[in-house]
Each structure stands twice: as C-alpha cells, then as structure tokens.
Design a protein around this ligand. Structure first.
Ligand SMILES: CC(C)(COP(=O)(O)OP(=O)(O)OC[C@H]1O[C@@H](n2cnc3c(N)ncnc32)[C@H](O)[C@@H]1OP(=O)(O)O)[C@@H](O)C(=O)NCCC(=O)NCCS
Length: 180
C-alpha cells in the first residue's frame, strides 16, 4: 500500500465494489462531471471497468483510497494513459461525497505524484478537469501542478459544453511537501 499523510492507496478489493457503485458511480451528476464517458448505471455483479481491475491493462493503475486512521474506503484514484516512451501519465481521482472538502483529495494527488515520479520514474503528470471544479484545481495546484491551458468547450456535461483546464507537473518541479 502507498502511504500518504492522511490516505493509503491500495489494491481494489471485491467488497469495495458495492460501495463505489452506490456512492460514486450511480450519482448521475457527479458521474457526468468526473468522467469523459457518458453516464450509465453499473449493475450489481457487473464487470464494468470502473470497478473491476484488468491486470493485463498496463497503461492504467487503479487504486482504492482508504483513510489511514480507520482503513475506511473513501474513494478511488488512478494513474492512467501511462506512456513509457514519453514517460508521462494522467492523474484521476474521485472521493465518496461525505469525504470531500477535508483535505483528502490534496493528499491523494500527493501520493499519486510519489507513485508516478518515484515508483514509476515518470517525467510528466497531467490532469484535465472542468474549469469550475475548484476542489480539483486546488488539489492539483497545492501539489505544484501549473495550469497549461484551457480546452474550450471540450466536455459535454448534462446538456452543455464546458471548458476543461489542463494542468501539468514535471518531475524536476515536484516538491514532495509542496503547499502552494
Ligand atoms: C475533486 C476532489 C477529488 C477534491 O478532493 P477534496 O478532498 O474534496 O479536496 P480538498 O479537501 O483536498 O481541498 C482542496 C482545495 O479545494 C478547496 N475546496 C474543497 N472543496 C471545495 C468546494 N466544494 N468548493 C470550492 N473549493 C473547495 C479546499 O478549500 C482546498 O483549497 P486550499 O488548498 O486553497 O485550501 C473531490 O472533491 C471529489 O472527489 N470530487 C468529485 C469527483 C471529481 O470531481 N473528481 C475529479 C475529476 S477530474
């Protein structure tokens, strides 16, 4: 398990699936905002890739996020689109609603940076998020990510196009204890 300040990033357990399905993925509004794919429900026992880990997919490393004090499941995180030639990857995360706004997201980003830069030897990490997702933007910027551009009207979200912000962080810029 990867240990951060407040969170641990561990493998996906079978018993995580019903909690993630009910509290994270079956929420149409947040699901539509957090995922570039169209929302669709996940049935119990489904092999939906958002829940079930495909060990043969080396470009995506999914984690379940737990809080360190009690070991409670608080969300998901992943490094996806891992490109071993250009040594880059994308960062993704989502917390269960009752665990948001308490500093966990910032710590998840920090722990994924450690995984990307130290464990995997990557050179560049990237985040794309909706331009009104202040919590995600701040979680990234707190860890040293810089805004590199705006992808205008790039996301179709519940009846309209929204802008996304592209943020990047290079290995040499990363400060493990950054507090931006
Ligand atoms: C985005 C997300 C991961 C951020 O994690 P979090 O634990 O809620 O964020 P934190 O508590 O670490 O807060 C980070 C910063 O955002 C601010 N913030 C948190 N929630 C906020 C909100 N609802 N509105 C405005 N600012 C907010 C905090 O004050 C903090 O700012 P600071 O560093 O300047 O003090 C989490 O809110 C989430 O899972 N949201 C739904 C899914 C999602 O949007 N995923 C990202 C898709 S790209």
């Amino acid at each position: 398990m990867l240990i951060g300040g407040k969170v641990g990033l561990r493998a996906r357990h079978e018993e995580d699936a019903p909690i993630l399905r009910a509290e994270l993925y079956n929420d149409v509004v947040n699901g539509s905002r957090a995922d570039g794919r169209p929302w669709r429900p996940i049935a119990p026992g489904s092999k939906d890739p958002r829940l079930v880990v495909d060990e043969t997919e080396h470009g995506n490393v999914p984690f379940s996020v737990v809080e360190l004090e009690g070991g409670t499941l608080v969300g998901v995180a992943n490094l996806w689109g891992i490109d071993t030639h250009n040594r880059s990857a994308h960062v993704g995360l989502g917390l269960l609603p009752s665990w948001r706004g308490k500093g966990y997201g910032t710590d998840v980003v920090a722990t994924l940076c450690h995984y990307g830069f130290v464990v995997r030897g990557l050179h560049r990490l990237q985040i794309e998020t909706l331009s009104d997702n202040t919590a995600m933007l701040r979680s990234a910027e707190r860890n040293g990510f810089v805004r590199e551009g705006v992808l205008r009207s790039s996301a179709w979200v519940l009846g309209g196009f929204l802008d996304e912000v592209l943020l990047g962080l290079l290995a040499e810029e990363w400060e493990p204890d950054a507090k931006g």
